[in-house]
Design a protein around this ligand. Structure first.
Ligand code: 5GP
Ligand code: SF4
Ligand code: MG
Length: 453
């Protein structure tokens, strides 16, 4: 998510902001702009520069805008955000990330009392709850609606005269505030601030509701604030290395994960390599700690996009080969330590090990810079079901055999937490539920789901 308030080129800046966040999803993009009289929406499936390619930003003039990168397995264009809701009196655009665990039970209750939904999106759910509250002020309506939601979420609501920003009580998803001149900017990751030249101001606080309008920024808690549980997977894989999430730089945390991994699971070898791009930082840390040379043993072809891989199953199978190539001169005849950030289904990892062996590596020791992923995420990261998670169904020695590695070891959950939280003074907790099964947010229905999975 990206948003800006108080800048004459709001839509254009949001476009650049979304560009910086493109790694968070490739399924669609959208912007709603506000010119003070009306809200205008443009969105579609595709990458940011496909959706906004020919757009003349003069048609999207306005001083405030909100935008979203769509990330889903479901490519329905109706799910691409933001969503724009028009009523006789006013209009309102909403964008959201995360997942509402009790969405179905709330939707059920609303349907019983006469609501009809077009989508299963959290944005539509929130709009209904807000309208039903009967509150005159949007911030009061939003506050009442948020108090009914259980889950991991961040919402941005845009109206002609104000913008509202809210983060769940545990701050499971990252969200930061910056300033570009006098304009306020909001972004899921700080890398978007750097891209547009904005200055980082602070994190959105868990349980905080911010109101930004002509008179500036005000803030109030909409519920009691819980201990922060920022998603560990954001640091492991999801975010960009140049982003700081809750004051912790992503690259630096990954490097420390590599160092912790080296402390926990070192092995005799000749070179350390990382799987581009997300494992490079951890590989550098691992090599630095062990004193082994860090090498570029795998090269990524930057021009293999998802669209190129998608058209047929055969191509998809070929995907890894087209995307990654071993550097024969580096790995041939060598005992290789291959660092990867995570194993989810294990298919990529297996192919890469095989590729390295084919290129002449005598041993391939796989070291994973996060713990075994054993549980699905219910907080908005579309990882997999339990059936598909390799570590949910196999012990480490079995996985080692299945991926064809000489040896395999994972970082411990304590090691990962240490790597993430160590350099901030007021220690934050992180969510590690997909690694440990300890879910920080639960409700009754959710307990039933976890028991049956
Ligand atoms: P696998 O070896 O399990 O087939 O693929 C795991 C790799 O895919 C990871 O190293 C990571 O770089 C990448 N990946 C793609 N999508 C995701 C995701 O949603 N979560 C995680 N943890 N890794 C992902
Ligand atoms: Fe992140 Fe895993 Fe927690 Fe989901 S379960 S929020 S992916 S750490
Ligand atoms: Mg990877």
């Amino acid at each position: 998510m990206f948003a800006i308030w108080g800048h004459e080129k709001a839509a254009e800046i949001t476009y650049y902001g979304l560009h910086a966040l493109q790694h968070r999803g490739q399924d669609g993009a959208g912007i709603v702009v506000n010119n003070g009289k009306e809200l205008k929406l443009r969105k579609d499936v595709g990458l940011v520069n496909e959706v906004f390619n020919q757009i003349n930003f003069q048609q999207l003039d306005g001083h405030a805008a909100i935008g979203n990168i769509h990330y889903a397995t479901n490519n329905e264009s109706s799910h691409v955000q933001p969503h724009l809701f028009q009523s006789q009196v006013d209009s309102m655009a909403i964008t959201h990330i995360g997942n509402i665990i009790n969405a179905e039970s709330i939707r059920g209750d609303l349907e019983k009392s006469g609501s009809i939904f077009q989508t299963k999106t959290a944005t539509e759910l929130l709009a209904h709850l807000m309208k039903r509250s009967g509150q005159k002020l949007t911030e009061h309506a939003l506050m009442e609606a948020l108090q009914k939601l259980v889950g991991a979420y961040a919402f941005i609501v845009l109206q002609e005269d104000k913008m509202l920003v809210a983060l769940d009580p545990r701050g499971i998803r990252p969200l930061s505030i910056g300033k570009l001149g006098e304009a306020y900017v909001i972004s899921s990751e700080t890398c978007a601030f750097d891209m547009i030249g904005a200055k980082y101001v602070r994190e959105v606080i868990p349980g905080e509701l911010m109101i930004i309008d002509a008179s500036g920024l005000r803030s109030m808690p909409f519920t009691s604030r819980e201990q922060r549980k920022l998603c560990a997977m954001e640091y492991v894989y999801f975010s960009r290395p140049d982003s700081d999430l809750n004051h912790v730089n992503v690259h630096a945390s990954r490097k420390r994960m590599g160092i912790e991994l080296a402390k926990e699971a070192s092995v005799d070898a000749d070179v350390v390599i990382g799987v581009p791009d997300s494992s490079i930082s951890a590989a550098i840390g691992y090599a630095e700690y062990t004193g082994l040379p860090y090498e570029l043993g795998l090269i990524k072809n930057r021009y293999v996009g998802r669209t190129f891989i998608a058209p047929s199953q055969q191509l998809r199978e070929q995907g890894v080969k087209m995307k990654l190539s071993p550097v024969r001169g580096i790995v041939s005849g060598k005992r290789v330590i291959m660092i990867d950030d995570s194993i989810i289904r294990g298919t990529t990892c297996k192919r890469i090990v095989n590729m390295l062996l084919e290129a002449g590596a005598t041993e391939v020791h796989v070291r994973i810079a996060s713990p075994p992923a054993t549980n699905p995420c219910y907080y908005g990261i579309d990882m997999s079901t339990k059936e598909e998670l390799m570590a949910a169904n196999h012990a480490v020695h079995e996985i080692c055999h299945l991926i064809g590695a000489t040896s395999l070891a994972y970082l411990s959950s304590a090691g990962m937490e240490k790597a993430i939280v160590q350099d901030i003074t007021n220690a934050q907790g992180v969510c590690q539920a997909c690694f440990t099964g300890q879910y920080p947010v639960k409700d009754e229905r959710f307990m039933q789901i976890t028991q049956t999975t």
